[in-house]
Design a protein around this ligand. Structure first.
Ligand SMILES: Cc1ncc(COP(=O)(O)O)c(C=O)c1O
Length: 400
């Protein structure tokens, strides 16, 4: 049986495991290492050059059997040549951006990329003399072609976009980028390798916040960059130069999360549809932004490109500047108030879109983001119903 014929779910269950190199124990061993000893001086002098030294590993920061197992697993499920682990999802993005930052260069960035990555692009990258230009996430390939300049070194994409959930016409954008020889970076944290076949979509470099769905239990910070050669060698080199690495216990947890990713992602996505459909029926909800809903403006792209989706989405509450959003959010018992997503517990957060956009974004009311966890979706709906009722009660009292 060729492992490439197996479904991604089956490959996820086994990826990166090698029990017969580990006394038959299925899970990976956790190597705590900075020093890795060499047998003699020649080996020690060669330890940066894996081919010339005894053993594959030279120093804890540049790789151990523990980090190697997760990197191999991620490269395998993405069907790409290599993966490199970084300290966080943000550092995966900034490492790729820095790899392609060239003096007097130009980068094209979708306007709805993740906010902290965007801050690096607006505050740090210009210091290197790089011009950063934002474009509408729904841009066509033809219009993207008009923005590419002779000094464009990177096109940074994210689909769906952070907070506002627009989808790119990915195959069209990546094919234009390849025609011009400009590498594309896709933040694929929402869909993961399960939802989007990045190679098939023509993406050159994938960044994923392992912190979210792969970790899945709100207890670790990690990122990964996955790519094909020769770009992989370039980003791996940049990551090594920056000292990117993660601790072995966190890597172990991430690996554990990876094996059940499909179960958790399915649950989160299916429950989110139930919650999103309930929200759509509430008179105070102007719009629900979930690409898996048939009335999402990019739903046709979702059906065409995505194999599955995730349980992170947003809705627009008409309550505007009034006290409504605070009452609703504060009344929720099952939704934690906090950043992040992809964990077993549901979270709620009011989103300030206007602080994270360069192009004009038509905003009305209040945008609220929900991350749906592993709870029973009917309990989540009941919690929201109680919150909406309390909001109605208190706002009508205030209006008197
Ligand atoms: C889409 C997206 N990408 C990247 C990140 C950054 O991940 P981390 O928090 O691990 O740095 C986040 C975090 O919220 C995110 O939402």
């Amino acid at each position: 049986m060729d492992k490439h014929d197996l479904s991604i779910e089956t490959r996820l269950a086994h990826a990166g495991l090698n029990p017969w190199e580990n006394e038959g124990i299925p899970n990976i061993p956790v190597y705590h290492a900075s020093t890795i000893l060499k047998k003699n001086n020649q080996d020690a002098k060669n330890s940066d050059n894996k081919a010339g030294s005894s053993g594959k590993y030279g120093y804890g920061r540049t790789g151990t059997p523990t980090s190697n197992a997760l990197e191999e697993a991620l490269a395998e499920i993405y069907g790409m040549d290599g993966a490199v682990i970084t300290s966080s999802g943000l550092s995966a993005l900034t490492t790729v951006i820095l790899t392609f930052a060239k003096q007097n260069g130009h980068m094209l960035v979708s306007d709805s990329v993740y906010s902290s990555g965007r801050r690096y692009l607006t505050e740090t990258v210009p210091r290197f003399g790089v011009e950063v230009e934002f474009f509408n996430p729904r841009i066509s390939g033809t219009d993207l072609a008009k923005l590419i300049k002779s000094n464009t070194t990177l096109i940074h994409l994210e689909t769906p976009g952070s907070l506002t959930f627009e989808l790119h016409d990915l195959p069209s954008l990546t094919s234009v980028a390849r025609d011009f020889g400009v590498p594309t970076l896709l933040d694929n944290t929402w869909a993961t390798a399960l939802g989007l076949d990045c190679s098939e979509m023509g993406v050159d470099i994938v960044a994923e916040a392992i912190t979210k769905y792969v970790g899945g239990h709100s207890d670790l910070m990690m990122g990964a960059i996955v790519a094909n050669e020769p770009l992989f060698g370039q980003v791996q080199n940049e990551a090594r130069q920056l000292g990117q690495c993660a601790g072995p216990d966190d890597i172990y947890l991430a690996m554990r999360g990876l094996h059940t990713l499909h179960l958790r992602l399915d649950r989160s996505m299916n429950s989110s549809i139930i919650v999103a459909n309930w929200l759509k029926q509430q008179p105070e909800v102007l719009q629900v932004f979930h690409p898996a809903l048939p009335d999402h403006p990019d739903h046709e792209i979702f059906k065409r490109d995505f194999k599955t989706g995730a349980g992170l989405f947003a809705f627009q509450l008409s309550a505007g500047e009034s006290i409504g959003p605070d009452i609703l959010i504060d009344h929720l018992k099952l939704f934690g108030k906090g950043a992040s997503w992809g964990g077993f517990e549901s979270l709620v957060q009011e989103a300030q879109v206007e602080n994270h956009r360069s192009l004009e974004y038509p905003s009305e009311g209040t945008l609220i983001r929900l991350a749906i966890g592993a709870e029973d979706p009917n309990d989540l709906v009941q919690d929201l119903a109680d919150g909406f009722n309390e909001m109605r009660r208190e706002t009508s009292l205030e209006a008197r």
